[in-house]
Design a protein around this ligand. Structure first.
Ligand code: SDX
Length: 428
């Protein structure tokens, strides 16, 4: 491979160094472009621009490949557990039994939160969206653990902050749901595994016992694994850029939660179910909504379809679609929305518009159907995405800090007014 690309600007020849990754991806290193030419590049939405190098996740959008630390998402989703994938993403290797037990026990002893968090929770109106509650509770961890504010301190302190956020995130998520329902909160039960503990805090009612259903626990493990990391997506890039200012892991993850909330990103799983319910209430008129999605003058988009990177299929969507069938069958649920989603996918994938624009179902298209079958309301779907993405955000923040990456501060091209004199108010 050549080590340089040649760039000619104003008669001046520049050798641009090339960077090659372990999967033969190649990038132009333009870190000296401005100092040597006075020029910058611009790429709205960063569709062609890499922000970093990373050892955590590899995607091939054309081949539909997703690997975490070299392990395929298909193997991890079928053979691993969410806590094991958390360890793999954050520490780089599959843990031994002892390492996993130690990691899980460390998380377990941090699931309880300070009683004063209940006061913060009580301050919210009952219909507050759980994503807004969650991002503020996560930021509030800095108030209870001020030592976490300096991320460059000891490795042991970073590890402690990591198990604290992994332990407390599910408690906050479940409590934000209970708040919305007006139900009393349920405290963590550290006799349970990570996912079962969360499900019990979510769905146990004070007057009843909560019976762990392995079908649901397995489905949740798989869904969380499928959302665990996805290289430099919008929310992860947000976590990295906030962390690049030396903000704490809590403040950086909270920013990621807010970026994920948008309907073009993680908020799509809630928007998919709302879209399917709208189509269902409109006599299942799929063709009407396919037409709307193709109409440039109509803001309607087929939610759960399309992806910035995947241009053939999202491997996670394929796994989730199969899992949706399995979970529904095992739970004995016949949800017409699943049949509607499959019919919509079938029609869209045969439509030239979607074929030409390489639009396929993404991770959000079927995930909400499983969350709904488990009992989550739509406003909790993006919280579930955030729960799954938490280890990815942590791993990427940790990698960025360990690599001592510089403060993220993009350039711009100014297109506003040129220099002009101030005009006094009475003369305007
Ligand atoms: C996630 O980055 C990640 O990895 C994200 C994620 C992760 O794990 O972190 O995978 C999770 O966010 C998945 C995406 C969830 N969002 C949605 O399902 C919302 C619907 N999809 C889109 O809005 C869209 O497809 C995006 C935002 C996902 C990607 O859009 P891009 O790459 O910015 O491309 P674009 O918006 O410029 O679209 C290209 C063309 C446009 O038409 P033209 O202007 O070229 O004529 O395709 C059209 C778009 O109008 N298009 C769609 C469409 N998605 C794109 N048309 C109808 N329905 C859609 N869903």
């Amino acid at each position: 491979m050549n080590k340089f690309a040649n760039l000619e600007i104003n008669g001046k020849n520049l050798k641009i160094p090339l960077i090659e990754g372990s999967e033969n991806e190649i990038a132009l290193d333009i870190s000296k472009l401005r100092s040597e030419t006075g020029y910058i590049t611009i790429d709205k939405g960063f569709k062609n621009t890499g922000s970093t190098t990373s050892n955590i996740t590899y995607l091939d959008g054309e081949k539909g490949i997703l690997r975490h630390r070299g392990y395929s998402i298909e193997e991890l989703a079928s053979k691993s557990t969410f806590t094991e994938v958390c360890y793999l993403l954050i520490y780089g290797e599959l843990p031994s039994k002892e390492q996993l037990d130690y990691f899980e026990n460390n998380i377990r002893v941090h699931t309880l939160v300070h009683e004063d968090f209940k006061i913060i929770l009580e301050g919210y109106p009952s219909k507050a969206h759980p994503m807004g509650i969650l991002s503020s509770l996560i930021t509030s961890l800095t108030a209870f653990y001020p030592e976490s504010l300096d991320p460059s301190r000891s490795k042991s302190l970073v590890d402690l902050s990591i198990v604290r956020i992994l332990g407390k995130f599910p408690t906050f998520a479940a409590w934000s749901y209970k708040k919305r329902n007006g139900h009393p909160i349920i405290y963590p039960d550290n006799g349970l595994d990570y996912c079962s503990n969360f499900l019990k805090m979510m769905f146990k009612l004070p007057s009843e016992d909560y019976e762990i259903n392995p079908v649901i626990t397995d489905a949740l493990n798989k869904l969380l694994i499928l959302h665990a990391d996805h290289e430099q997506n919008c929310s992860t890039s947000t976590v990295r850029i906030v962390g690049s200012s030396l903000s704490s892991i809590y403040a950086s993850v909270s920013a990621g939660i807010n970026a994920l909330w948008g309907p073009l990103h993680g908020g799509a799983n809630q928007a998919v179910i709302e879209m399917l319910e709208q189509i269902s209430s409109d006599n299942n008129d799929i063709n009407k909504y396919i037409k709307k999605a193709k109409d440039k003058n109509d803001p309607f988009r087929l939610m759960g379809f399309g992806h910035r990177v995947y241009k053939n299929f999202d491997p996670r969507a394929k796994i989730i679609k199969v899992a949706a069938d399995n979970v529904m069958n095992k739970l004995g649920i016949d949800d017409p929305i699943l049949d509607l989603a499959k019919k919509l996918e079938e029609i869209a994938l045969k439509d030239q518009y979607f074929i030409d624009k390489k639009l396929y179902p993404n991770v959000d298209f079927y995930s909400g159907i499983i969350y709904r079958a488990i009992g989550f309301p739509p406003e909790m779907f993006t919280v579930m995405f955030a729960f799954g993405r938490l280890p990815g955000w942590i791993a990427q923040w940790k990698e960025m800090r360990e690599n001592k990456e510089p403060l993220g501060r993009p350039r711009q091209i100014y297109t506003g007014s040129k220099s002009r004199k101030y005009i006094d108010l009475e003369k305007r």
